[in-house]
Structures are given as structure tokens and as C-alpha cells.
Write a protein that binds this ligand. Structure first.
Ligand SMILES: Cc1cc2nc3c(=O)[nH]c(=O)nc-3n(C[C@H](O)[C@H](O)[C@H](O)COP(=O)(O)OP(=O)(O)OC[C@H]3O[C@@H](n4cnc5c(N)ncnc54)[C@H](O)[C@@H]3O)c2cc1C
Ligand SMILES: NC(=O)C1=CN([C@@H]2O[C@H](COP(=O)(O)OP(=O)(O)OC[C@H]3O[C@@H](n4cnc5c(N)ncnc54)[C@H](OP(=O)(O)O)[C@@H]3O)[C@@H](O)[C@H]2O)C=CC1
Ligand SMILES: CC(C)=CCC[C@@H](C)[C@H]1CC[C@H]2C3=C(CC[C@]12C)[C@@]1(C)CC[C@H](O)C[C@@H]1CC3
Length: 504
């Protein structure tokens, strides 16, 4: 009588019935968390207590860094933000070894409508910022999609959205940064003050100093986004439609595409408007509405169409379904009965999914899942889609164009001129026979490197240190690390924080 393989049964349940735990526990917990921080942020902003608290919090960060300095600088430093709270695929191993500096700065400090900027602390999230600004008729030029993305992570890492073909990456909307350096001094930098530091902060992953405030441009927000859906039925049609929409000078404030197969895609072009045509408003963000990407897919059969989305519904259109990742977590999540009954609790927080994932789930995502955002020159989109199709065959694919301005810093486009790039986002289960995470990812990384592209570093990066330095221009970064006080003692290099071996 063969013995019963309890471990196999347990693994099967943990993987195939994860939705039970997610629906019964994580969804309610996530909702409670969001309600608490929404009310807290609303109150703090209304009573305007944040600016006074900021000075105290800044001194707290400085004191911690000076204490590290006085204790003999035994270990590198990093922020104390728990790794499970970050919108990155893994948790940072170094947080258990380095000296953790608490930067619990989570408030919007000041909105200056004359200067048209907003001052934020680094743990302000995109959901918090849009909820505050849009109500007042303002927004920021680039609103990265997911609610829980923080200003600190989007500056020190990277941020992109469908307005990036006009406004660049999130970093290109930033006017100035306030940082605490390795000697405990607080400095501000901008294009006119400490400019080399200003250009080196983006993509530095907290290895030049601790970010304590960011000044970001604001632009007027209108009530709706007029969104035009343009189905494409061949790769050639997609490339033409997507490139024309991206390069068009006037209009097209928002451009993105979702590829549903190698042949089919929907290009979406949007513009902010103050009023909507009757009967064409789609409040896609409402709890009971379908997942956005499923709604977009329906236009492949119904043809070109125009809708008007309330602006916050548009900004966070992929949030409820975590792009399309939720289908692997709650497979029936788009079912109309589930949506009407429990849709108001969705999505589970990425942080809690990270915090509670079992070893079986981690192994499943390690060996049968691929999550990457690769940034390639727009004129290499065709070969890039061929490469992704050959290597992983994951659909949908998210395409988001962006303008990379010619500026000093880690991201240098070929020929030192402003250049259009495209973010190719692939998140899901590979459908190729011989998927091997390391070998496959390294082949894709090689394609991206050879085509003057970049890898978004929230994902698993298998680049060697040499390959990483080929992909990202370290000239100014290395100069700053030598010039800034105590920096090489205080912080590792970016590579040491983002390569796959630095994460679990
Ligand atoms: C149900 C649940 C869900 C959670 N989900 C998240 C999450 O998605 N993101 C997350 O950062 N933490 C999350 N947390 C972690 C939360 O920050 C911890 O409970 C933390 O230890 C609370 O710290 P505190 O008691 O000092 O509260 P507080 O001092 O009020 O909060 C401090 C910490 O909470 C987090 N935080 C506070 N406000 C925000 C904000 N506006 N945006 C992002 N983070 C903020 C930051 O990590 C911050 O360091 C969650 C916790 C629970 C119980
Ligand atoms: N639409 C988009 O653009 C999306 C982007 N992303 C990714 O998510 C990331 C943002 O995730 P989020 O959770 O907000 O960021 P994280 O907390 O993951 O931070 C990213 C990096 O920035 C560093 N950092 C963050 N805050 C500070 C600070 N105040 N001072 C110094 N260093 C800091 C962190 O250092 P440390 O490790 O020391 O804490 C970490 O290395 C982006 O970088 C992007 O790659 C994900 C989804 C969508
Ligand atoms: C639009 C850009 C630039 C990036 C989008 C990236 C996201 C789709 C991923 C970033 C972190 C990822 C995580 C997961 C899904 C996809 C992301 C949100 C999980 C929730 C998948 C399930 C695992 O158990 C936990 C993962 C945490 C990180």
C-alpha cells in the first residue's frame, strides 16, 4: 500500500486553493488597511499638520545616520521599510544585515498652485496623491498605475505611465529632492542646485542618500479621460498604430497598448476632457465592473470605440486586477457574481500577498512565472515582441511608450538625443515548453542590452555586474559616490541591491 503523500496534497492545496485564504482573509485585511490610511491621510492633510511634523521627522533621520556614523560604520545602511511592503517581486536580503534607517514619512506636505508643484514625503503613495490632488483639480504629469507605489520608490527606482511619451518617466516630473547624506547632512538638489546629484538620484536605489522629500510638478486635471480603443489584427498594424499614436505632436495625452496574442492587440489613446458624451461614461473603477484588460479585449470583436472614464478610474484602471496577475490568484475574480458580492474588497494588497505567500507559492512563481518590464527603443519594438514571443509566449503584454530625454544619469539613450522608448510588460505563466527562469531571463536581458534598452529593477535581474554597468551608465554615479561624504562606506552600489542574489 503506497504511503499517502501528504506533502504533495498540501502543496496542491496551497497552490490551487490559495484563493480561499486570499478571499477570506487578505481581502478584508487589505480593505481595513486602505480605509485606515485613507482616513488618516485625509485628516492629516485637512489639519495641515504634516509640514510641522516633517522637520521633526527629518531630524530623526539625521540622528539615526549620525548614530550609524558614530558607531563606527560597521554595516551599510538601507531604509527600514519592511521588504514585504514594497511593490517589487522579491524581498531584499540586505535588510536583515544592513543598518535599517526608519523613514516613516508618509504625508503630502504642501500644494503650491501658484508655482504648480506639490511637496511629498517619500512614503506617499500614488493612490494617496491622486485622491488628494484630483479632488482639488490637479494631478501630476506621470501617475504610475498602482495605488501602493510610493514616491520614494518611484524616484529611487523608476515609474512609468501612459503619459510618459510626453512627460518622460516619473523622475522627469520631479523639480527637486531633499536628501540626508551619509554624514547626516540634509541637502536639496535640483537642475540649478547640486545638479549632478539631482540627475544621479533616479535609479540610485537609495545608494547616494536617503530621500526625505520630493517636489513634483502638478498639472490641471480634468474630470474624464476620453479613451479611444483601436483594435489591431496584425503585428504590422500594431507597430504602425502604436508608433503613430506615440509620435503624434498634438493630443494623445495617454497612449498604451495591450497585446492579447502575437497577432491581436488594442491600442488605446486618451485625452483629458471636462465633459463626456451622454451614455459613453464607463466608471470602470467601480467594484462590480469587469477587469479592465478583459473589457479592452472585448473590443477585438466589437471594433473601434470611444468611452469616457472618470480620471481616477483611468489612472488606476489596472489596479483592481493587478494588471492580469489576479487571474492566477483569484481565477474566478472576473465572474459577475463574485464582482457584485466581493468586488468591493478587491484587490488584495501586493504587500500582503508577498507577506503571506507560502514556500510552495514562492517556488511556483520562481519556476513557472515571469514578471519583467523591459524598456527598449521604440524602433526595436517589433524584434522585441518576437523575442518575448519566442522566449515566454506570455499574453497579455502591456506596451507603454515613454520619451527618454537626453540628460545626465543612469539612463542614456543612443546618440545622446531625446528618444522614444517602450516599456514591454510581461506578467504571467510562460507557455513555452522549456521555460527555465535563469536562462530565459538572461537571454531576454541580452536582447535588451544589445538593443540599448534597460531592465526595470523591481523584477528579477540576472545580469552580471559587468553587464549591469553596460546597461546603465555609471559615469556620473561613480563620480558622485566618490565626491559625497562617506558614501562608499554607507551604501552599496545599486547592483548590490537589485541583482537576483540580493533578493529572496
Ligand atoms: C492589513 C495590513 C495591510 C498592510 N499593507 C501595507 C501596505 O500595503 N503598504 C505598506 O507600506 N504597509 C502595509 N502594512 C504595514 C503597516 O505599515 C504595518 O502594520 C506597520 O508596521 C504599521 O506601523 P505603525 O504601527 O508604526 O503605523 P504607522 O506609523 O501609522 O505607519 C508606518 C508605516 O506604515 C506604512 N504606511 C503608512 N502610511 C502609508 C501610506 N500612505 N502608504 C504606504 N505605506 C504607508 C509605512 O510602511 C510606514 O512606515 C499593512 C499592515 C496591515 C495590518
Ligand atoms: N507603473 C510603474 O512604474 C510601476 C513600477 N513598479 C516598481 O515599483 C518600484 C516602487 O516600489 P515601492 O514599493 O514604491 O518602492 P521600494 O520601497 O521598493 O523602493 C525601491 C528602492 O528605492 C529605495 N528607496 C525607497 N524609498 C527611499 C528613501 N526614502 N530613501 C532612500 N531610498 C529609498 C529602496 O531602498 P531600500 O531597499 O533601502 O528600502 C529600494 O531600493 C519602482 O521602483 C518600480 O520599479 C512596480 C509596479 C508599477
Ligand atoms: C507597470 C510596471 C512598470 C510594472 C508592473 C509590475 C507588477 C505587475 C508587479 C510588481 C510586483 C509584482 C508582484 C506580484 C504580481 C505582479 C507585481 C504586482 C505578486 C502579487 C504575485 C503573487 C505573489 O505571491 C506575490 C507577488 C508580489 C510582487
Amino acid at each position: 500500500m503506497p504511503s499517502f503523500d501528504w506533502k504533495a496534497v498540501q502543496k496542491h492545496i496551497l497552490i490551487h486553493y490559495r484563493w480561499v485564504f486570499v478571499v477570506l482573509f487578505l481581502l478584508p485585511l487589505s480593505a481595513l488597511y486602505d480605509i485606515y490610511f485613507y482616513v488618516r491621510s485625509w485628516l492629516i492633510f485637512r489639519v495641515n499638520s504634516a509640514p510641522r511634523q516633517h522637520g521633526r521627522r527629518l531630524q530623526h533621520v539625521q540622528r539615526q545616520v549620525k548614530a550609524w556614523h558614530d558607531s563606527g560604520q560597521q554595516q551599510h545602511m538601507c531604509t527600514a521599510r519592511p521588504g514585504w511592503q514594497t511593490i517589487s517581486f522579491r524581498q531584499a536580503k540586505y535588510k536583515q544585515i544592513y543598518t535599517n534607517i526608519s523613514i516613516n514619512m508618509i504625508d503630502i506636505l504642501e500644494l503650491d498652485t501658484q508655482k504648480q508643484t506639490v511637496w511629498c514625503e517619500p512614503l506617499v503613495t500614488m493612490g494617496q496623491l491622486t485622491a488628494t490632488l484630483v479632488e482639488l483639480g490637479w494631478t501630476v504629469p506621470v501617475v504610475p498605475e498602482m495605488d501602493d507605489l510610493t514616491i520614494g520608490g518611484l524616484v529611487m527606482g523608476s515609474g512609468i505611465e501612459t503619459s510618459s511619451h510626453k512627460a518622460g518617466l516619473f523622475q522627469h516630473s520631479c523639480v527637486s529632492f531633499e536628501l540626508v547624506l551619509a554624514d547626516g547632512s540634509a541637502v536639496t538638489c535640483s537642475e540649478t542646485e547640486n545638479a549632478e546629484l539631482f540627475y544621479s538620484v533616479p535609479w540610485s536605489y537609495g545608494t547616494l542618500g536617503f530621500l526625505t522629500a520630493v517636489e513634483i510638478k502638478i498639472v490641471p486635471a480634468k474630470r474624464f479621460v476620453r479613451l479611444e480603443y483601436r483594435p489591431c489584427n496584425s503585428p504590422a498594424q500594431l507597430l504602425q498604430e502604436f508608433s503613430d499614436a506615440t509620435k503624434r505632436e498634438d493630443g494623445n495625452q495617454f497612449v498604451e497598448a495591450i497585446c492579447f496574442t502575437r497577432e491581436t492587440a488594442v491600442v488605446m489613446v486618451g485625452n483629458m476632457v471636462d465633459s463626456a458624451e451622454p451614455g459613453k461614461v464607463n466608471c470602470i473603477g467601480r467594484w462590480h465592473m469587469p477587469w479592465f484588460f478583459k473589457h479592452v479585449e472585448s473590443f477585438l470583436s466589437s471594433g473601434t470605440a470611444v468611452e469616457y472614464l472618470p480620471i481616477r478610474d483611468y489612472y488606476h484602471r489596472h489596479t483592481r486586477s493587478i494588471f492580469w496577475e489576479i487571474q492566477d490568484i483569484i481565477p474566478f475574480g472576473n465572474n459577475v457574481v463574485f464582482r457584485w458580492l466581493l468586488g468591493w474588497l478587491v484587490p488584495p494588497k501586493v504587500s500582503l500577498l508577498k507577506l503571506t505567500q507560502s514556500q510552495a507559492i514562492k517556488e511556483l512563481y520562481e519556476n513557472n512565472h515571469f514578471i519583467q518590464d523591459m524598456l527598449v527603443p521604440l524602433d526595436r519594438l517589433g524584434p522585441a515582441l518576437d523575442c518575448f514571443h519566442q522566449e515566454v509566449q506570455i499574453y497579455p503584454i502591456w506596451l507603454c511608450p515613454f520619451l527618454l530625454p537626453s540628460r545626465p544619469g543612469m539612463l542614456q539613450s543612443v546618440g545622446d538625443e531625446d528618444r522614444f522608448y517602450v516599456d514591454i510588460g510581461t506578467y504571467g505563466v510562460p507557455h513555452v515548453a522549456d521555460f527555465k527562469p535563469v536562462e530565459t531571463t538572461r537571454r531576454v536581458e541580452k536582447f535588451v542590452r544589445e538593443n540599448n534598452g534597460f531592465q526595470m529593477l523591481y523584477a528579477d535581474s540576472y545580469l552580471t555586474r559587468e553587464e549591469f554597468r553596460q546597461m546603465f551608465d555609471h559615469k556620473l554615479y561613480d563620480k558622485l559616490r566618490q565626491q559625497l561624504p562617506e558614501t562608499t562606506k554607507a551604501f552599496p552600489e545599486v547592483y548590490d541591491k537589485v541583482n537576483r542574489n540580493a533578493r529572496i
